[in-house]
Structures are given as C-alpha cells and as structure tokens.
Design a protein around this ligand. Sequence first.
Ligand code: ZN
Length: 243
Amino acid sequence: MRHAFFGDIHANLEALRAVLADMITQRIDDMYCLGDIVGYGANPSECIAIIRDLACPAVGGNHDAAAAGKLAVDQFNEYARAAIIWTRRHLSQEETDWLLALPLIRHFPDYSIVHSSLDDPGDFNYVDSVVEAAACFRKMQRPLCFIGHSHVPVVFFEDEPQALPRYTLSLDQTIQIEGRMIVNPGSVGQPRDEDPRAAYCIYDSDEMQITFRRVSYDTAAAAGKVRAAGLPELLAFRLEIGR
Ligand code: ZN
C-alpha cells in the first residue's frame, strides 16, 4: 500500500491542487491530512471543501483551532494573527464547526498522525529538536508517527529508546524504514526550508520506504491572491522564496 501524508496547506489552493495532481501520478492508495488546512493563505473555504471531498482522515492544527475560535490569537505572531482574524471573517459557521470537530491525534495500525507532537498535542509544541522528538517517541505506540507544524521536512530516528534520537534533513531521496521514526513531510502551502515547492511524503508499506516529494506550483498566483486579499505582504513574499 502507498499512503500519502500531507499538511500545512494554509489555504493555498494552487499548492494543494498541485500536490493532489502529483499524488495521482504516484499511484496513492489513501491519504492523510496533518492539519493547518487554513491560515495565511487566501482560499480557506476552497481548501476545506477539497479536504472534505477527499474524506481522508485529518487532524486539526493550531491555525485550524485558532480560525475556529478554539485558540486565542495572542499566541501567534502579528502576521499569523492578522491571517487568523481574516480567516475567521471568511469562514461559514458550517466550515468553522467542521474545523472544530477535527481530532488532535488519530491512530492506525502502524502509524499515528498528529499536527504538532504526541506529547501534549493541544499545546502545539514544535518537534524541532532531538529533545522534543524524544518526548514524542515516549508517547508513541506505533512504529511511525507523521507530524507537521514546523513546515520543514525532517525525519527523527529512534536507534535505542534510552538514547537521544538521530535526525536528518537530507530528504531528497527515499528513506528506508529502520526502527521507529517520526516523519515530517514539510508543508504543502507554505514551505520554510528555502525550497518554495509544495511538500508531502509517501509511505510504501510493502517496500518499507518513505519518499519525500516536492511539487512546483504557481507561487505567483497564490502570492497574488494573498496580496489582493489584503493579507500581510510577508505572507505573499515568503511563498516565492520558501522561507
Ligand atoms: Zn502550519
């Protein structure tokens, strides 16, 4: 089976469409959404509609919770805050209710999905160091965990439960699964690893491999919509540079 994991879409319709088109070429059996469907971008309703139509398992991110009013905006920086307030104004009550109903964690036979970390997922801490990865590994009850949130593709490896995990950011090739792993495929709609292409990953459970995919999309169109919506200029500019 070939499972696709994607998240941090951030209301970027152009990036989401490009990733879904790429998945068709990759013979995907099923897909899983890692949260942050909305926030930052100009097409929140359109992206929610696509995820609902896919009917794939999804978890909620901090921007989904904030847009739905479940998380206070003062926890966010000024650009994120402006985008959350804009998003709240542009969602219907029905879309807001759908975001509110997203669970924080979902478990499957050989993997779990969560937006931030299995360790206090409602706190939305970043797994961006071996210390946070170790805390997440301690809560892991499956061989694999797929996360989002940092917008930077990374894999953490647990060689021995007592030692600190290893990690790699060099993900332009296929990774063979060895031991337990925490996998962040990167962001569909707002990459921050200096590669503006949309990111997702594929777990092949027969080959026991994970492949990281990058997909070019019309960044100028998505950035143009952010500017036309009156959202902060930085949110448009960063799409073009991938930071
Ligand atoms: Zn995000």
